[in-house]
Design a binder for this molecule. Structure first.
Ligand SMILES: [Zn+2]
Length: 261
């Protein structure tokens, strides 16, 4: 009887993927959002992705990057560390540039800080004040008004992801910046690994009455691009990450939550 369940799962998977590929890539949940606005200049449509490690952009944020580019946005990437936990930092920097080329982000729009006090590792506690200063400097230089990063759980629970969020939050709070700030919503394990099927759960979840914050759903019009981008991270491209990219709902969609400071 197992084959019946495999068949049903495959059909639901195919229908869900069809829905994603044939929907508008940006769906406002609850309220109008800046991502849906039109008529802005390219200069005003800069958006900064603040990530912790090379591969975060492909593994977690690629639906946002690809869908926003399709709507005329101009993404920049600020990567805090070089991912040097296994002494492969120089290789991983190059991999980030190659992956971003696949995602159509120009190399001059990628910044890798690689600060000695902000190095990759589960046991590394990053200073939120230092992060706030460095992130603020880059946002000022670039003239960024819209920023996207991790939420309080950091998708995988990695402490570096959580610290990036707290550093950005500290900068925005202390500078009293009214930037358009968004966090990528973490999901439970079931929703994380049902691939495109999570579109139905994401839409239903947004209807829950206790969720008052503005949210949007960004759908990936080209999941194959995510796979190709992640494949450029050759030091990370192990069998379990290949499976992750196929089955992770973060390959197919991102739910972003607007943060007000
Ligand atoms: Zn990471």
């Amino acid at each position: 009887m197992a084959w019946i369940w495999v068949f049903i799962f495959s059909v639901v998977w195919a229908v869900s993927l069809w829905k994603i590929l044939n929907s508008s890539p940006i769906v406002a949940l609850r309220a109008p959002i800046s991502f849906c606005e039109s008529g802005e200049t390219r200069e005003r449509k800069k958006v900064l992705f603040v990530i912790a490690h090379p591969d975060d952009e492909s593994m977690f944020f690629s639906p946002s990057i690809i869908s926003l580019i399709s709507k005329g946005w101009n993404p920049h990437v600020l990567c805090i560390s070089a991912g040097n936990a296994e002494d492969k930092g120089s290789l991983r920097k190059e991999e980030l540039y190659r992956a971003c080329a696949v995602l159509r982000i120009p190399s001059q729009q990628i910044i890798i800080l690689d600060h000695p006090k902000l190095q990759d590792g589960f046991d590394q506690k990053w200073d939120h004040g230092l992060l706030a200063t460095l992130i603020g400097e880059q946002m000022t230089i670039l003239g960024i008004g819209t920023v996207i990063t991790f939420d309080e759980f950091g998708i995988s629970g990695h402490p570096n992801h959580r610290d990036v969020r707290l550093g950005l939050r500290k900068y925005l709070c202390e500078a009293k910046k009214k930037d358009d700030a968004w966090e990528l919503v973490s999901k439970g394990i079931l929703r994380k690994y049902v691939g495109p099927i999570d579109i139905w759960l994401s839409l239903l979840h947004a209807l829950l009455p206790h969720l008052s914050q503005t949210r949007c759903l960004l759908l990936n019009p080209s999941p194959c691009v995510t796979y190709s981008a992640m494949a450029e991270h050759r030091t990370q491209w192990l069998w379990f990450r290949k499976l992750f990219v196929i089955f992770s709902s973060y390959t197919y969609m991102n739910t972003l939550r607007k943060v007000n400071y």
